[in-house]
Design a protein around this ligand. Sequence first.
Ligand SMILES: C[S@@+](CC[C@H](N)C(=O)[O-])C[C@H]1O[C@@H](n2cnc3c(N)ncnc32)[C@H](O)[C@@H]1O
Length: 220
Amino acid sequence: MDRTREHLIETYRKKAKHYDITSRLYPVPGYPQRTQRLRAVQALRLRPGDSVIDMACGTGLNFPLLEKVVGPSGRIVGVDLTDAMLVRAQDRIEANGWSNVSLVQADAAGFDFPAGANAILSTYAMTQVPECAEVIAHGAKALSGGGRWVVLDLKVPGNTPGWLAQLGTATVRPFAAIDQWITRRPWETIRAAMQEELTDLSWTELFFGTAFLAAGSRRP
Ligand SMILES: C[S@@+](CC[C@H](N)C(=O)[O-])C[C@H]1O[C@@H](n2cnc3c(N)ncnc32)[C@H](O)[C@@H]1O
């Protein structure tokens, strides 16, 4: 495993225990994260009985929203790289008595998506994955015909000077990674990959351009 991955796992191991509380302040106190999550889940267009993969699911904050739409006959698979985040996700599953949610500890890069899923969701995570374009492509190929791929994540608003972007994102990311994140502009890579791999792509900038919601369907 490379140094970046090890650092990321270490970072999220430290965050896992209090993630559900601290994430309410993410990226800043009062940020409309729940509204954004709801919009992302709506964009999946799920129906009762559908199957959905929550890529980089963390502690499973999306699970209650997904459960509500797929119901007990549906299926949710949560995937994450960090063991400690999955421990919290498992606690959530047991506390709610969900028997249709399973967890996989895996790196999104190189993850073997199960074929035929109705939808894939990723929230506040995909811009942290350097291989995000490959992940989008692999996921798109595994979706059922018409299946939906939805990515919600943070971005730097257009026309923001570099110094201001660094200041604004300093609260969000581990400090050493911010410069690289701003320079890499992963949201553009994600947009291009989704444009390439999916049809009917919609791209919506949220909360003054500080987040994006990208959604597309697998070509029939
Ligand atoms: C900010 S948290 C978001 C968690 C969750 N999706 C949410 O909306 O609350 C980022 C998550 O991405 C996971 N992650 C980062 N890189 C990953 C990768 N390459 N493969 C799988 N998971 C990854 C981390 O372990 C962490 O749980």
